[in-house]
Every structure is written in structure tokens, then in C-alpha cells.
Design a protein around this ligand. Structure first.
Ligand code: GUN
Ligand code: ZN
Length: 442
């Protein structure tokens, strides 16, 4: 029916491949384009006039000119229970976890706290143009139920996991090898495949899982070979030294996860800052992904991601906020900090590669590249409209911009959530910059 069909008109930008690999051939841009959506899926993408001429006259056309229309941003690593940890002062990773993060996560035993946080996080992601994410809940199953329930009500494509952790944290956060297994299994049975939801097997990281628990994560990975996996790897020097002491027989940090069958496609390893060449090769050999979390890495002083080395080893790379080690919900801010991290490494992050990484690149890493991340027929209609003149500094800079690439680079360098004009998930408007605040609940 026409009510289920919607045409979005504007300056349409998407990627058919990775610009880091195939260059500008990867970039598809229609300066006056349309994304035609039917029943939540993208039906056509192309130049506006021929598409509009072919439509029945009663199909609504939303004109987003002069704004850009892009695939929704994807955040490949974010922590639900850390929206009130963000901006905690003065600690590196291991102290930050003990002092701020673990006590806060203990509160997520409460269904009300978990569902309030879920609503707040999903509202905030939508306002930032982020339509999909890979989410760490807490060790409490109720935190997964709260988040997935809210994501399902909104019809979002989300990956989330019950954190498995059985040592190295306050009692209130610890499960056991058996409970970590059972509770993950229950979450899979309850949520995996419901709507657009998927459960990720989520051992927090090696320091908070015993060998017995990692063996259980291994068993889950074996039983569910297609599930995403998410954890942390090689973020901070003190963490790496601690891991070496806990696992003296393993060659390196990556070897622990490898030994437990956790390196594979759809396995997302947050940070991967201080990897050796052997570790990069191991990740690549198994098709696992490294997730670059620039605002977090700078804020916690963790170190500088070596994108060129990771790419040279042919490891897939995603980019993420890592809220609340990270300091912004905006993928634009995240790209900007990514550019600066790489500048300190003597490396480059061209705008096309950054925008690709935050959409199709993350979707590929998460193993959902056939569902989202691009504007192409058959994909789910997770789409955003972005205003590249959303602040005075951006508007002024744009007066001197001549190419799309310059525009995108200025947008990622200066932009933030104010650039989000509209966010659509499955073809449904879930955020509208011009709507009064009360009207935009999910
Ligand atoms: N390593 C283990 N847990 C965490 C976390 O919550 N945040 C970050 N940044 N690193 C971690
Ligand atoms: Zn994290």
C-alpha cells in the first residue's frame, strides 16, 4: 500500500565497497537523488527525477535538500551501563574499571535502571544518526531483557550481549562459568532472531574470566557458530601485563581467545591497540575484526591504534564510540578523533574511508553487511539525513568547500549530533530534529 512507501529526496551518498581498497569507485553519489523505501526495505536508489516520475502521485516524498542522505551510522562497540560513567576523571583502564565502571554496572541489577538507560541510550543514538550498534549490557540478564525489549519495540537492528565475568570485580557483578553459559543461552533463546535482534557471546575480557568461564564461552561459540562475539583486546599496557601474568602459558593476549575458539568471523575485538604482528595475523586468519575506539583510547590514555599495520595484515576494522570510556555518542566526533589518533601515528584517514568505516565497514565487521550499512535495493531502510551546515563554524567552512570529499571531511571534523536532521530505522522516522522533544519518543 502507498502508506508503506516513502521516498527520501536529497544528496544521496553510499558506498559499494571500501574506498581504502578500491578508491573513488566505491563512492556512489547522486547530487539530486532519491531513496525509495517500501515495507521497511530500500527498493530503489538513484537520480531523483526518473524515480519520482515513475511513482504513483500519492507516494509521499520527503525533500531533505540541501542535506545529505546516508546509511544510518553503526556503532560497533558501546556499553549500555556506562552512560553515567562517561567523563569520569583521571584514571587509566584498570583503575577506571574498578573505581567507576564496576560500581556503576552493579546498579543494572535493577530492571528500572536498566530500562531507563536503554530508552535513554536508544534516544541518544537516534539523535546522533546511529541506527544500529553492538552493545555490551551487564552480567545481569535483566539488563539484556531491558535493552532488547526496548530495541525490539522500536524495530531496531541491534546486537547485544550479556557480559560474562566471573572474577576480578565486585561480587555483585560476578556470574559463574555455569551461569554465564546458561544466562547467555537463555538470552539467545529469548532474543536472538526476534525482529532484527541478535545476541553476541560477550566475555568481558580475559582478566575477568577464569579459564573455566572461557571454556564455557568456547562451548557457546561452538554451539552457535553464526553468532557474533564481542570482547576487549590489547587496550592498555598495564592490562596486557596483567593478562600475561594471569595466562603465563599463552604466547600473547590474542592467543588466549584463539585457544578458546573465539577468533572467527563476526568476532569483534575492542581496541587492539598494542598488538604484535603475530596477533594481527591470527585475527586476520580467522576473519575476526579489530574495533577502533578513538575517543576512548585518547580519554583513557590507552594508546594510538595502528590502522596501517592492522590493514596491512588484512584484518577487518570497525570504528566505535566505546561509551563510556569514549566521550561522544556521535560517530562524526568519533571519526574526527580517529583522524587525530592516526595523525599522531603519521597515518591518514580520508573522509570517504571514515564514513565508510562508520557504516558499511562496521556492518561487514558485524556480519550484517547484507542487511544494513549501504543504500541499495533489498537492504533495510536505516537511513539518515545530515546537515553539513549545522553550526556556525561548519556553515562558514562550507562557504569555501569545493568538493564532496572536502565537505565530508569538514563535516566529520566539526560536526556533531546537531547535524542529524532525521533518522529512519526500517523506513520509520525515529528522530526528527524539527520535532518538539516530547514528540520524538521511540
Ligand atoms: N575492558 C574491559 N571492560 C572494559 C570496559 O568496560 N571499557 C573499556 N574501555 N575497556 C574494557
Ligand atoms: Zn568497551
Amino acid at each position: 500500500s502507498p502508506g508503506r512507501t516513502l521516498a527520501l529526496r536529497g544528496r544521496v551518498l553510499s558506498f559499494t565497497g571500501d574506498p581504502a581498497e578500491i578508491g573513488e569507485r566505491a563512492v556512489v553519489f547522486h547530487s539530486d537523488g532519491v531513496v525509495l523505501i517500501r515495507d521497511g526495505l530500500i527498493e530503489r536508489v538513484g537520480n531523483a527525477q526518473p524515480i519520482i516520475d515513475s511513482l504513483p502521485p500519492d507516494i509521499p516524498v520527503t525533500n531533505h535538500h540541501p542535506h545529505l542522505i546516508l546509511p544510518g551510522f553503526i556503532d560497533s562497540h558501546v556499553h549500555l551501563p556506562q552512560t553515567q560513567v562517561i567523563g569520569s576523571y583521571g584514571a587509566e583502564l584498570m583503575e577506571w574499571l574498578q573505581k567507576y565502571t564496576f560500581p556503576e554496572e552493579a546498579r543494572y541489577l535493577s530492571p528500572r535502571i536498566a530500562s531507563d538507560a536503554s530508552r535513554w541510550l536508544l534516544d541518544t543514538l537516534a539523535a546522533n544518526g546511529t541506527t544500529s550498534a553492538s552493545v555490551f549490557c551487564t552480567s545481569h540478564p535483566v539488563s539484556v531483557d531491558a535493552f532488547m525489549g526496548e530495541a525490539d519495540r522500536r524495530g531496531l537492528r541491534m546486537i547485544a550481549g550479556k557480559v560474562m565475568m566471573d572474577r576480578g570485580a565486585p561480587e555483585a557483578l560476578l556470574d559463574t562459568p555455569e551461569r554465564g553459559y546458561q544466562e547467555t543461552k537463555a538470552a539467545i533463546e529469548r532474543w536472538h532472531g526476534k525482529g532484527r535482534l541478535e545476541i553476541a557471546i560477550t566475555p568481558r575480557f580475559a582478566p575477568t574470566s577464569t579459564e573455566a568461564q572461557l571454556a564455557m564461552a568456547c562451548e557457546l561459540a561452538r554451539e552457535y557458530p553464526d553468532l557474533p562475539i564481542q570482547t576487549h583486546l590489547s587496550e592498555n599496557h598495564a592490562e596486557i601485563a596483567y593478562v600475561a601474568a594471569l595466562f603465563p602459558k599463552d604466547t600473547d593476549y590474542t592467543a588466549i581467545y584463539e585457544r578458546y575458539g573465539l577468533l572467527r568471523k563476526r568476532a569483534l575485538f575492542g581496541h587492539c591497540i598494542h598488538l604484535t604482528e603475530r596477533e594481527r595475523c591470527a585475527l586476520a586468519a580467522h576473519g575476526a575484526s579489530a574495533i577502533f575506539c578513538p575517543t576512548s583510547n585518547l580519554f583513557l590514555g590507552s594508546g594510538l591504534f595502528d590502522r596501517d599495520a592492522v590493514r596491512a595484515a588484512q584484518v577487518r576494522i570497525g570504528i566505535a564510540t566505546d561509551i563510556g570510556g569514549g566521550t561522544s555518542y556521535s560517530m562524526l566526533r568519533t571519526m574526527a578523533e580517529g583522524y587525530k589518533v592516526l595523525a599522531l601515528k603519521g597515518q591518514k584517514l580520508p573522509a570517504f574511508e571514515a564514513f565508510h568505516m562508520a557504516s558499511a565497514g562496521n556492518a561487514e565487521a558485524m556480519g550484517i553487511g547484507e542487511a544494513i550499512g549501504r543504500l541499495a535495493p533489498g537492504l533495510e531502510a536505516d537511513v539518515i539525513a545530515l546537515d553539513s551546515r549545522s553550526s556556525a563554524p561548519l556553515a562558514r567552512r562550507m562557504e569555501r568547500v569545493e568538493t564532496l570529499e572536502e565537505e565530508l571531511f569538514a563535516l566529520m571534523t566539526l560536526g556533531d549530533e546537531r547535524a542529524t536532521v532525521a533518522t529512519y530505522s526500517g523506513g520509520r522516522l525515529i528522530y526528527d530534529r524539527n520535532a518538539p522533544r516530547a514528540d520524538r519518543s521511540g
